[in-house]
Design a protein around this ligand. Structure first.
Ligand code: AMP
Length: 278
């Protein structure tokens, strides 16, 4: 079957098959990371829907909404290649009529770590994701571990609002040298790209240690060596479910997460670690 492009709820209803549906929400500019989520979706449901929507609500006025890469034709080609059934690409006017009032509040967890640097960001993310869930009505939705706090917040929303959707986290896809794939990597000059490698290098350095203070220190020393060309927003070692900092004797899974600006490009990355008793 050929790829269906749906613009609104009516199109989506028409395109819906008999079986289960997996949704992969994206902002387009699709790369191999997105494609790995699509392949994961394929294994989980009969029909795969990819949404492509650059969500104005999750960008603050000083962020890169207007210059965010938009490559719709290439995105459709990638979706065709991956055997996607439906691309849902609504307009901002349809998603957000001017008289809208109600939105999702991400709570305390939306104000820490990434949320502290980007106030309102997670409210915008959760609002659009809830709308996408209601429009597409998927059985399962796939999100990248690359945006670890986003994944945690979506799991929280699904639990707190009793949404009947399975949330699947998929591993981060990287370039051979370690740089995590991101739609924003295309903003980097060759020089900046070299500097940006400090993020993944720092995470690897941290991952080689086993207690929180040493993990943080090892990662931080790599990031400090890249300053001032790399401007650090945060480096944290947190509980993957709550995004609160883990204490020194913590055991179990933890996320070492970093955000930094290289030139004008803001990058995030993280790695999941298992902390065991010494
Ligand atoms: P975005 O288009 O950046 O909003 O991302 C859409 C989805 O792709 C999100 O669930 C991201 O976490 C995921 N994603 C982005 N980059 C990667 C990557 N390098 N590997 C795996 N998933 C990714």
């Amino acid at each position: 079957m050929d790829l269906i492009v749906a613009r609104n709820r009516t199109d989506l209803v028409k395109a819906r098959g008999q079986g289960s549906v997996a949704l992969v929400p994206t902002m387009g500019a699709l790369h191999e990371g997105h494609r790995s989520l699509i392949r994961e979706a394929r294994t989980r449901a009969d029909q795969v829907v990819v949404s492509i929507f650059v969500n104005p609500l999750q960008f603050s006025p000083n962020e890169d909404f207007s210059r965010y890469p938009r490559t719709f034709d290439a995105d459709l080609e990638a979706c065709r290649d991956e055997g996607v059934d439906v691309v849902f690409a609504p307009t901002a006017d349809d998603m957000y009529p001017p008289d809208r009032q109600v939105s999702v509040q991400s709570g305390e967890m939306g104000t820490i770590v990434e949320g502290a640097v980007r106030p309102g960001h997670f409210d915008g993310v959760l609002t659009v994701v809830l709308k996408l869930f209601n429009l597409v009505q998927p059985d399962v939705a796939i999100f990248g571990q690359k945006d670890a706090q986003q994944l945690a917040m979506i799991r929280r929303m699904v639990a707190d609002l009793d949404l009947p959707i399975d949330i699947v986290g998929a591993p981060t896809v990287r370039e051979p040298d370690g740089l995590a794939l991101s739609s924003r990597n295309r903003y980097l000059s060759a020089d900046e790209r070299q500097v940006a490698l400090a993020l993944s290098t720092a995470l690897r350095a941290g991952a080689a240690e086993s207690v929180p203070s040493k993990i943080r220190a090892a990662a931080l020393s790599v990031l400090e060596a890249a300053a001032p060309r790399l401007a650090l927003d945060y480096l944290v070692l947190v509980d993957p479910a709550t995004f609160t900092e883990v204490y020194e004797l913590f055991q179990g899974e933890a996320v070492l997460a970093v955000a930094a600006k290289v030139g004008t490009t803001r990058l995030i990355d993280n790695v999941v670690l298992t902390l065991r008793p010494a």
